[in-house]
Design a protein around this ligand. Structure first.
Ligand code: TA6
Length: 286
C-alpha cells in the first residue's frame, strides 16, 4: 500500500507498506527517509534535529548529491548540488504483493540553468521489498556534453558506533579528508574512532557490520565508482545545528558515489544510469 501525507509545509511524503516492511520517501529531494524491514529496526538514520523546510537539506536518510558532490568552487552554490532541495514530480507507482516501486522525476528549470547551465532530466526509481534498490537516471536534454559528480549520501542507523565496522574496502586507496588531505590504503576493516571523512576510490560493494544489533547491511552499486565513509564524531557534531551532539554514536554514512575527480560524462542526448541496492540481514546469534 502507498499513501501520501504532508510531513511539513511543502514536504509531501510517500509511505509504503507491504509484508516485507515499510519505507518513507519525501518527494522533496526524492529523499528516502526510512526503510524498515519487517522485524528489524530502521536501516536509515534521520537526525532528531533535522529541518524539514523547503530550501534546506534534510539531515539523514538518503540525500541525493547531484550534479556535484561536496562544495562547489562557486561558494554561492549549495554544497552537494541542488537536487536534494527541489520538489520532484511523481512519475509512476507500481505495487506488487512483495515489493513496491515509485518513480520520481525532476527536470531543469530557469533557476537550475542559472546555477548549472545544462538541460537535464533526472529520474529516480525506488524499489522497496526485502531490499532497497535505487536507480538514478541522468538524461542530457541539451546539445552539449556535461559531467556530474554525485552520490547517494546514505545515513545508516547504527546501534553503537564503537560496535560497528565496514568491510570490503580492504586494500583500497582512499583520500583521507580530515585535516591535510592524504592518500592512504585501507588496512583491514574500517572502525570509527574519531572524525572520519574518506573517499575510497574505485571501490566495489561494501558491508556494514552492526555487531550490537546483530545486523549486516550489504551495499551493492553499479556505475558509482567511489565509496565515501563519514562520521562527524564529537566536535563536528556539536557544530551542526541540525544534528544532536551525541548522534554520531548512532549513525555512519557509507555513500555510493562518483565523486571528486571521477565524474560521470553524459553526452548530449544520452543518459547514464546508476544503481545502489541495500540488503539488511539479521545475523542471529553469529
Ligand atoms: O560525505 C561527507 C561530506 O562531504 C562531509 O564532508 C560533510 O560535509 C557531509 O558530507 C555532510 O554534508 P552536508 O552538506 O549534508 O552537511
Amino acid at each position: 500500500m502507498i499513501t501520501f501525507s504532508e510531513k511539513a509545509k511543502g514536504i509531501t511524503v510517500a509511505s509504503i507498506s507491504h509484508p516485507f516492511g515499510t519505507a518513507e520517501i519525501s518527494l522533496y529531494g526524492a529523499h528516502i527517509l526510512s526503510f524498515k524491514p519487517t522485524g528489524q529496526k530502521d536501516v536509515l538514520f534521520v537526525s532528531e534535529k533535522s529541518l524539514f523546510e523547503t530550501g534546506k537539506a534534510i539531515r539523514g536518510g538518503i540525500p541525493i548529491c547531484w550534479p556535484w558532490f561536496g562544495p562547489n568552487v562557486n561558494k554561492n552554490l549549495p554544497s552537494h548540488g541542488f537536487i536534494r532541495t527541489k520538489n520532484w514530480n511523481l512519475k509512476s507507482i507500481h505495487e506488487e504483493s512483495n515489493q513496491t516501486s515509485i518513480s520520481l522525476e525532476y527536470s531543469s528549470t530557469s533557476e537550475t540553468l542559472a546555477m548549472w547551465p545544462y538541460d537535464f532530466q533526472v529520474i529516480l526509481t525506488v524499489l522497496v521489498g526485502k531490499t532497497l534498490k535505487m536507480t538514478l537516471t541522468t538524461i542530457n536534454l541539451g546539445a552539449t556534453t556535461f559531467s556530474i559528480t554525485d552520490a547517494f549520501h546514505t545515513y545508516f542507523n547504527i546501534e553503537k558506533i564503537e560496535s560497528a565496522a565496514v568491510v570490503g574496502l580492504e586494500g583500497v586507496q582512499f583520500i583521507d579528508r580530515v585535516g591535510e588531505k592524504t592518500l592512504r590504503e585501507q588496512i583491514g576493516k574500517i572502525s570509527i574512532t574519531g572524525e572520519t571523512d574518506r573517499v575510497y576510490l574505485r571501490s566495489a560493494s561494501s558491508t556494514i557490520h552492526d555487531y550490537a544489533m546483530n545486523r549486516k547491511i550489504i551495499i551493492d552499486k553499479t556505475n558509482l565508482s567511489d565509496t565515501v565513509v563519514w562520521n562527524p564524531w564529537i566536535e563536528k557534531s556539536k557544530s551542526m545545528p541540525d544534528f544532536k551532539d551525541d548522534e554520531y554514536q548512532r549513525m555512519i554514512c557509507v555513500e555510493a558515489g562518483s565523486v571528486l575527480d571521477n565524474p560521470i560524462v553524459v553526452p548530449a542526448g544520452q543518459s547514464v544510469t546508476q544503481e545502489m541496492t541495500i540488503t539488511p540481514i539479521i545475523e542471529n546469534g553469529l
